[in-house]
Design a protein around this ligand. Structure first.
Ligand code: SF4
Length: 362
């Protein structure tokens, strides 16, 4: 399957939604999820056999596996066992760019594969599935976003990494959650007013912390938005000695309860550095693989997402990240499926703010 930016590989492309302006970011995400159907997270079978097969295929194809902290634990373990990396999106981008392998297999979501391809156009970039997207990306279509930028020409455009290549191509800066505060602080010190997209919770957190003049796009992460302050307080009451770690894509009421607010890598570092032996963590459950590895003597509890009467205690598991499976990985090599292509004009446009991000803290 060939992937082109601007074309949705799902059954319903965004072009089928007419007129697109009639949908809010939240509605766009809802339509997308309905179209996708409820992704079934199947328990992996024959894990060791499949892992061994994939290891051989990676070596034979001079390929390296680059996985996100939210990818399933079995995929993260495979990346580590094969000399690949498990990281946040900023470090994934750097690792893929700097690695000598000719082929990158990116286990994450669409924008991560696109970023890898833009930074390493000479390499072949594959993903276990092209259907793995992100509610922030879906909720920020490039044509609407471009119109938003046109309406505010006096503002510096800063977009989160969780956006399409086309949206990045319209931006002055790309940031991840690990450097968002520093970049906005820097721009604010130069007297620049900011247009921020797409995550409103992260944007509002950065705005509160820096005091910068920021105009926010109305997007959100369907995983982090579900964390509940009330549930978090109840869990804290049951474990008063636990420290609370929160990703800033969470709502303000949850962020306010945190002992540490930070990106995935910053939360792992905090768990290691802090004296606490117990932690309540408000981010995707995939992070526990590396967190527990880094702190084998500590205990971690997932922050509650469920309200009163719900059947699950926490649904903090990204449905798109969960689509990265061993079977999908095997398909990549069997048929050379799922190669990422980005139109050169968009790739060249997106490369400018991406390089700015990588150079900002190199
Ligand atoms: S966890 Fe949220 S921000 Fe991350 S990929 Fe999934 S939907 Fe996007």
């Amino acid at each position: 399957m060939r992937y082109n930016v601007g074309f949705s590989p799902l059954k319903t492309s965004m072009n089928d939604l007419a007129p697109i302006q009639a949908y809010s970011p939240r509605e766009l995400v809802k339509v997308h999820l309905e179209d996708l159907g409820a992704p079934v997270v199947r328990e992996e079978r024959d894990v060791e056999r499949k892992k061994n097969e994939i290891k051989q295929l990676l070596a034979r194809n001079n390929a390296v596996l680059v996985a996100h902290y939210y990818a399933p634990a079995v995929i993260q373990a495979l990346a580590e066992e094969t000399g690949g990396c498990v990281a946040d999106s900023l470090e994934m981008a750097r690792f893929g760019r700097d690695h000598e392998a000719k082929t990158l297999v990116v286990a994450g979501v669409k924008f991560m594969g696109e970023t890898a391809k833009i930074l390493s156009p000479e390499k072949q970039v594959f993903m276990p599935t092209l259907e793995a997207n992100c509610s922030l990306d879906i909720g920020c279509p490039s044509d609407e976003f471009s119109a938003f930028c046109d309406a505010h020409p006096d503002r510096t455009v800063v977009v989160y990494a969780n956006t399409s290549a086309a949206v990045k191509a319209r931006a002055d800066w790309v940031v991840t959650s690990s450097i968002a505060l520093d970049v906005v602080d820097y721009l604010d010190s130069r007297g620049e007013k900011i247009l921020w997209a797409p995550d409103k919770h992260l944007g509002s957190y950065v705005k509160r912390r820096t005091g910068a003049d920021m105009l926010l796009w109305d997007g959100s992460c369907i995983v982090h938005e579900e964390f509940k302050a009330k549930g978090l307080l109840d869990l804290k009451a049951a474990h008063p000695e636990a420290s609370i770690l929160v990703h800033p894509e969470s709502p303000e009421s949850v962020v306010e309860l945190a002992d540490v607010v930070g990106s995935t890598s910053q939360l792992i570092q905090a768990a290691k550095a802090m004296k606490s032996k117990k932690f309540i963590v408000a981010t995707d459950q995939g992070i526990f693989f590396k967190m527990q590895q880094a702190c084998p003597d500590k205990m971690f509890y997932i922050a509650p997402t469920a309200g009163e009467g719900a059947t699950c205690r926490s649904c903090a598991n990204c449905p798109w990240m969960a689509m990265n499976t061993l079977d999908q990985m095997l398909e990549v090599f069997d048929h050379k499926y799922n190669e990422i292509h980005v139109e050169p004009i968009i790739a060249n446009g997106a490369l400018v703010p991406l390089k700015r991000m990588l150079d900002f803290k190199s």
